[in-house]
Design a protein around this ligand. Structure first.
Ligand SMILES: [Zn+2]
Length: 113
């Protein structure tokens, strides 16, 4: 049926991309801590930047977890099955979001909940 090695390659590429982003953000955060700016306005900007970076870091970690789960799902042969209702996840959806673990209907439902 579907070529799982291709899916695996896509997920691994996605994971590499996310790990790269995570490392860059972590490096930025580390850098932000260093010379503390004397100016109060600059300090406020620094804190805001830090918050934005932490937000990116968190969402990147979340995505990484999803990609790892997706890779496990490939191994178990469950990649195409919706983790919520058990139906097949739409191919276009997996094309757009390779780490998706639910069909479009369930995902929409989850977002509303
Ligand atoms: Zn579903």
């Amino acid at each position: 049926m579907s070529d799982t090695s291709l899916i695996r390659a896509r997920l691994l590429a996605r994971r590499a991309e996310l790990l790269g982003r995570s490392a860059a953000v972590t490096a930025d955060l580390h850098h932000e801590h260093e010379p503390l700016v004397a100016d109060f306005a600059d300090q406020a900007t620094q804190r805001e930047n830090e918050e934005v970076l932490r937000g990116i870091e968190q969402s990147t970690r979340g995505l990484l977890r999803q990609v790892n789960v997706a890779l496990e799902r490939v191994d178990r042969g469950e990649y195409f099955r919706c983790s919520r209702c058990g139906c097949d996840i739409e191919a276009e959806r997996l094309q757009a979001i390779p780490e998706a673990d639910q069909c479009a209907r369930c995902a929409a439902h989850r977002q509303l909940a």
